[in-house]
Unconditional design. Structure first.
Length: 382
């Protein structure tokens, strides 16, 4: 398990889209250089000027590139600093380096925030080479030495923690987008399939009776026109929601009250009867919309797949805890009585499950097909 964890860290890619260099980066560079200049003027215990200049340049100059090139920035900083400390050790110069060397903490943070796993490992090796050398160049107490290591450990841990938090946030955004795509797919399927199946049925009926009953064929064409118009209207509404700004006022989704409209949409066969009973007030919008879409899709499936069906009965019953939807048809049962389920039943089951409900669809004991869904009345989409 430890080996797998290390391998996972080693192959960790860079985070995507690091911020570009901006005015704040250059302001930070200027602030560190000004700080170094003031120290050089005011303090008497500083290292020789050439070493001061090299140390300040090494620690501060890479800062603007720390996000785009974290390992290179760390190497450019800690490499020359290691050389400076070695020169101080060999020459016996124990003057202090400028406080701007603390900019290496920013580089350490950036290394673990924006670098890949390999870059973080390489940069960590460079840092671990420099730390003991600089402690020799500047003799300090054990407590100060531990504090120095702790500061760099904190910078690295902070960068890794923020990196992990950002990755979790991106994952949550991707999951939310996936849920929205699934919801949109269900809405499009429910809307289009319902009306288009009706158009297909009426077109077939009109073609069959066109020669013998021209007037009835004209009625079928009128029904097709009405269904096509409503399909376009609902599609425009969905596209409008997708294009609208956040300040746009949206129309509410259809709910239980609109289920009755499914019984009077101009379709002649099979006949659809709708019954609403029980406590159906104060349902959550998500539950009301789900009941409507489940009923709509069930009626669509009955019209498309139930052979010789003459009757579809929709019943919505509510009590204090849940809402129950049943849709029954009297179509032919058997292996040839239904077309493959496709994505319709899958989407219906997902819709019910997301609200914490149950869903079942299958043939009845005698003749026909039943769809049954039970939803908690106060549920919200997960």
């Amino acid at each position: 398990m430890a080996t797998d964890a290390l391998r996972s860290l080693w192959v960790e890619p860079r985070p995507t889209d690091p911020p570009d260099r901006g005015p704040r980066d250059w302001a930070m560079v200027a602030a560190f250089f000004c700080w170094s200049g003031l120290e050089t003027l005011l303090r008497q215990d500083m290292a020789p000027p050439p070493l001061l200049l090299l140390a300040a340049l090494a620690a501060v100059a890479p800062l603007p590139w720390r996000r785009a090139h974290p390992l290179a920035a760390a190497a450019v900083a800690f490499g020359p600093l290691t050389v400076v400390d070695l020169v101080r050790i060999l020459t016996g110069s124990h003057g202090a380096l400028p406080s701007s060397v603390s900019a290496t903490l920013v580089l350490t943070y950036a290394l673990f925030r924006w670098g890949s796993g390999r870059e973080a490992a390489g940069g960590l090796a460079v840092i671990l080479v420099w730390l003991p050398i600089t402690n020799v160049a500047d003799p300090v107490s054990l407590a100060e030495r531990v504090a120095a290591y702790a500061f760099f450990l904190f910078a690295a841990a902070l960068g890794a923690a923020i990196r992990y938090r950002a990755r979790i946030r991106l994952r949550d955004i991707d999951e939310a987008k996936a849920r929205e795509r699934e919801q949109l797919a269900r809405e499009l399927h429910d809307t289009v399939a319902h009306h288009v199946s009706g158009i297909a049925i009426q077109a077939q009926a009109g073609r069959a009776i066109a020669a013998a009953h021209p007037d009835r064929a004209i009625e079928a064409l009128a029904t097709i026109e009405d269904a096509a118009t409503r399909t376009l209207t609902e599609l425009r509404a969905i596209v409008g929601v997708l294009r609208a700004s956040q300040h746009t006022e949206f129309e509410p989704q259809p709910g239980v009250a609109e289920v009755e409209q499914l019984a009077s949409d101009g379709q002649t066969r099979p006949c659809v009867e709708v019954t609403l009973a029980g406590e159906l007030d104060d349902l959550s919008p998500a539950v009301g919309a789900a009941i409507y879409r489940l009923a709509q899709e069930s009626i669509t499936n009955a019209r498309r797949h139930a052979r010789h069906a003459t009757q579809v009965t929709v019943a919505v019953t509510g009590d204090a805890d849940q809402v129950r939807l049943t849709v029954d048809d009297d179509g032919a049962s058997g292996p040839t009585g239904r077309a493959p389920a496709g994505y319709g039943l899958v989407g219906m089951r997902e819709r019910a499950t997301l609200l914490g409900g149950t869903f079942h669809a299958g043939p009845t004991a005698g003749r026909g097909w039943r769809v049954e869904a039970n939803l908690p009345r106060t549920a919200t989409s997960r």
